[in-house]
Write a protein that binds this ligand. Structure first.
Ligand SMILES: Cc1cc2nc3c(=O)[nH]c(=O)nc-3n(C[C@H](O)[C@H](O)[C@H](O)COP(=O)(O)O)c2cc1C
Length: 209
């Protein structure tokens, strides 16, 4: 059984191991607007739920040719972003928005996605998204000089469409109804398979993750 020691690996190899072993990753389809008003949309699978109180999500965004990607630059400029749920129905459009386009290209228009304006932050969202997290920049954590930055967003509002039913008497959104998509590695995506139900050892509903 091979052992890969980090100090022997180059960046590409670390990326390949990380993205193929931490799977499936949820995908944040992140919409932002530049200070100049240009909308932007791109997928990020270094994405995690961080905390319910405070209400935080995290997205790790890289640089391209030494410059922050447009999403990161926009979040720095406006302090705002929206996370649109990645679904099977929108997978081709999501993939299209991952193209390395210049900052003045509107990925909404490019991917044929309609845009609407968030109510609580200065960012657009995907108009027909079944679920949207409207986020205000809470903190940015540098993960390496000129490499990745962890953008932590505080969720100020959640938009849910009628396509997402709530479990009765709760705010558990049953996203199985809209077929969420995760990422494996390279070009590979993951759809939900079976969703077994297992009672927790201790009674009660956890709020801790
Ligand atoms: C499914 C998927 C997940 C991705 N996840 C990330 C990620 O977590 N971090 C990142 O920096 N780039 C990620 N990318 C690449 C960005 O989407 C790509 O660089 C995009 O052009 C960035 O757009 P922007 O410059 O408009 O922000 C991902 C691409 C795909 C297709």
């Amino acid at each position: 059984m091979p052992i890969y020691t980090t100090s022997d690996l180059v960046a590409r190899e670390r990326y390949q191991l990380l993205t193929s072993l931490v799977v499936p990753r949820p995908i944040a389809w992140v919409s932002t607007r530049s200070a100049a008003g240009e909308p932007n949309l791109a997928p990020f699978s270094y994405f995690a739920a961080l905390s319910a109180t405070p209400f935080l999500v995290g997205v790790s965004i890289g640089h391209r040719r030494g410059l922050p990607k447009d999403t990161l630059r926009n979040v720095r400029e406006t302090g705002a972003f929206c996370v649109n749920l990645a679904t099977e129905a929108r997978l081709p459009a999501l993939n299209e928005t991952s193209g390395e386009f210049p900052p003045d290209v509107d990925e909404f228009a490019r991917a044929g996605v309609s845009l609407a304006e968030a109510g609580s932050v200065a960012a657009p969202y995907v108009a027909d998204s079944p679920a949207v997290l409207e986020c205000r920049l809470f903190k940015e954590v540098e993960l390496g000089p000129g490499d990745n930055a962890l953008v932590i967003g505080e969720v100020l509002a959640v938009r849910l469409s009628d396509a997402v039913p709530l479990a009765p008497g709760t705010l558990f959104a049953d996203t199985r109804a809209v077929r969420p998509v995760g990422r494996l590695w390279g070009d590979l995506y993951a759809l939900l398979g079976e969703t077994p139900s297992l009672p927790r050892p201790a009674p009660g509903i956890s709020t801790g993750g």
